[in-house]
Every structure is written in C-alpha cells, then in structure tokens.
Design a protein around this ligand. Structure first.
Ligand SMILES: [Zn+2]
Length: 184
C-alpha cells in the first residue's frame, strides 16, 4: 500500500500558509510532485514521458502504481510547468482529454482524503494536497534556460529564484555581466 496516496489532508495545515517546516507527509508530496515535474530535463535533453515504457518504470518506482495515460501525464506536467514558470494566477482550462483526473476523495476514519486511482492520480493527489496547505507558490522552476529544474522554495520569505544559487544563480550573473560588458 502506498502511504503517499492516502495521506490525510491535515485540517490544521490550512492555516500554515507561510513558514517552514513542513510535515513528513507534505515532504513526500513535494518529493513526488518535483520528481514528476522534473521528468523532463532541459540540461540532458531527456524526457521520461517520451517513452511509455520509461514512464511506466517511473510510475512503479515513485508510486508503486501503474499509469494508463502517458499523453494525459505529459499534458498535465507541461501545463503545471507552464503555469509555475509564468507565476500566473489566471485560471487555466483543463485540456479536453484530461477532464477526468484519476483522483478520488473518500473518507478515512471520517476524514476526507484524496488518493490516486493510478500513478498519475497519486501525483495529482499530492499536488492537490500541496495546494490545499497553501504551499503551491513555493513550487518553482529555475529560470535558467538550460536548467528549468523544478524545486521547492524553503526560504522564509519565498524569495528564491534559482534552483541552486551556487550554480544557476552565479552562471546567470556571469552571463548578464558579460552581456552588459560586451554590449558597450
Ligand atoms: Zn537551475
């Protein structure tokens, strides 16, 4: 049984909008969501979702479940990545093919919990819980065009831009410095 898929939405989590730390259940959700968002890797030019077989392996490794729909997974991942990159708060229409997401809500000892009926559902349930506890805006995508890595911003004031300040931040600083100085 996959504990990630059935972790309860903690009622007191609803008010925990700002500071860290997060509980172990949320950590698991964050890990799963980030792994899903990072199935595409700009640095190596690879995409797990390009091959059904690779995606199936990913699903088993990360959720212990299978997934029926590679196209829907790709669509949902790209939509989430787009919206996170833009930092957009506008509502986005759910693509026609993915109107029925494999997530169900049921009562566990009287408490409503979201769980996935397959691997994609498990990812979506995790993403839903992250949003429900007010932490969605901490999921970010590194803006360095050769990186685009999804990460979780743990800074107190949510100020982190780069996946790693040491690598991407410095690379970007060096690039803009060069651009400023070669433009003259
Ligand atoms: Zn980066």
């Amino acid at each position: 049984m996959n504990s990630k898929a059935v972790a309860a939405v903690a009622p007191n989590g609803l008010s925990a909008a700002t500071s860290e730390p997060v509980g172990p259940d949320t950590e698991q959700d964050i890990d799963l969501l980030l792994a899903f968002l990072n199935t595409i890797d700009a640095e190596t030019g690879t995409d797990v979702l390009r091959e059904t077989e690779q995606w199936q392996q990913w699903c088993l490794r990360h959720t212990g479940q299978a997934s029926v729909d590679t196209a829907a997974a790709r669509e949902i991942r790209d939509l989430m990545r787009d919206s996170i990159s833009r930092g957009s708060v506008e509502s986005t229409a759910i693509p026609p093919g993915t109107a029925e997401w494999p997530v169900r809500i049921h009562l566990e000892e009287g408490v409503p919990v979201a769980s996935g009926s397959d691997a994609l559902g498990a990812v979506l349930a995790a993403a839903f819980r992250i949003a429900t506890v007010g932490r969605w805006h901490r999921i970010k995508i590194c803006p360095a065009t050769n990186c685009l890595w999804a990460f979780y911003d743990r800074s107190r004031n949510r100020s982190r831009t780069w996946c790693s300040m040491r690598v991407c931040g410095n690379r970007e600083k060096a690039r803009s410095w060069r651009e400023r100085h070669t433009a003259q």
